[in-house]
Design a protein around this ligand. Structure first.
Ligand code: ATP
Ligand code: TZP
Ligand code: MG
Ligand code: MG
Length: 267
């Protein structure tokens, strides 16, 4: 946990610029969450500027939540520019599997852009690799099967690090895998907590070269911040939790992580 705390400190010291091409539901929450944590968010979508913005960013986050043809074009331009400059690209295939357009777009993006981390729920990740776990809108349905095995299969197939989140989170490069047992069920009652998480993983990937460990560290810190927020505000409902969660992202310390983080190497 010592090392997780160090990566958290590096985010705060580095204040990395995170270029998000994200969805209309979560834009404000994502910007505020990144700011709270100590990163520097920017949302930029115009095809005339995304290549430039991606090039100067510490990480680029592509999120498919509310797709249209212009967004897809911008994502591909930004993604290729980030790839050219060695800027890590994170991809959140929101709702892959819910409609053919989402599934096809997700598969087309991972084909054309080299990603550092792909993060989603189990159903979304399964559809990115052409497996068919159930999905309901942008939320996970009832998946049956081994999530670690699915994550490893996806990582190998896509040649990227894959994170599958839920009650327990898994992140893997296909060989080494971590399980993270932090978080709180009330996260599922606030929209955008998955999307913000992908952007937070971007902030960690921007400052730590070991991207697998960066991603695992982000998952631990995010989960611990949620637990702390839930302790203070869950009884008041999701609205209070959302606000308190931003406060905890700003306040979480390496000591908190040492005390409460649960990170395991998986088989
Ligand atoms: P979904 O649409 O399936 O909710 P998502 O994109 O919102 O997916 P989540 O899987 O909900 O992403 O992950 C967001 C955060 O919520 C992660 O930190 C994850 O660990 C946490 N989380 C999700 N479900 C639970 C749960 N039942 N208990 C604890 N933490 C959870
Ligand atoms: N509809 C399209 S994008 C979106 C909704 C509700 C937000 C999804 O956010 P998350 O983080 O996957 O819950
Ligand atoms: Mg969720
Ligand atoms: Mg999501």
């Amino acid at each position: 946990m010592e090392r997780v705390g160090q990566v958290l400190e590096k985010v705060r010291e580095g204040n990395p610029l995170i270029h998000n091409i994200t969805n209309v539901v979560v834009t404000n929450f994502t910007a505020n969450g990144l700011l709270a944590l100590g990163a520097s968010p920017v949302m930029a979508y115009a095809k005339q500027e995304v290549a430039y913005m991606a090039r100067i960013a510490g990480a680029l986050v592509l999120n498919m939540g509310t797709l249209d043809e212009h967004i897809v074009e911008a994502m591909l331009i930004a993604g290729k520019s980030a790839n050219d400059q060695g800027v890590p690209v994170l991809f959140d295939p929101v709702g892959a599997g819910a409609t053919p357009y989402r599934t096809e777009t997700a598969q087309s993006i991972v084909k054309q852009v080299a990603t550092a981390i792909v993060r989603g729920n189990a159903a979304e990740i399964s559809h990115v690799i052409g497996e068919a776990w159930q999905i309901k809108g942008v939320d996970a349905g009832e998946g049956k099967g081994d999530v670690v095995a699915l994550a490893k299969m996806a990582a190998k197939k896509l040649g990227t690090i894959v994170a599958i989140t839920g009650k327990v989170d898994v992140i893997t490069d296909g060989e080494r895998s971590y399980l993270i047992r932090n978080g709180h069920p009330i996260l599922t009652k606030v929209t955008g907590t998955g999307c913000l998480l992908t952007s937070v993983m971007g902030a960690f990937a921007a400052v730590e070269e070991d991207i697998l460990f960066a991603g695992a560290s982000a998952l631990v810190c995010y989960g611990v911040a949620a637990e702390q927020a839930a302790k203070k505000a869950a009884n008041d409902g999701p609205g209070s939790f959302q606000i308190q969660f931003l406060n905890e992202l700003a306040g979480i310390t390496p000591d908190d992580v040492r005390r409460s983080g649960i990170l395991e190497l998986a088989e």
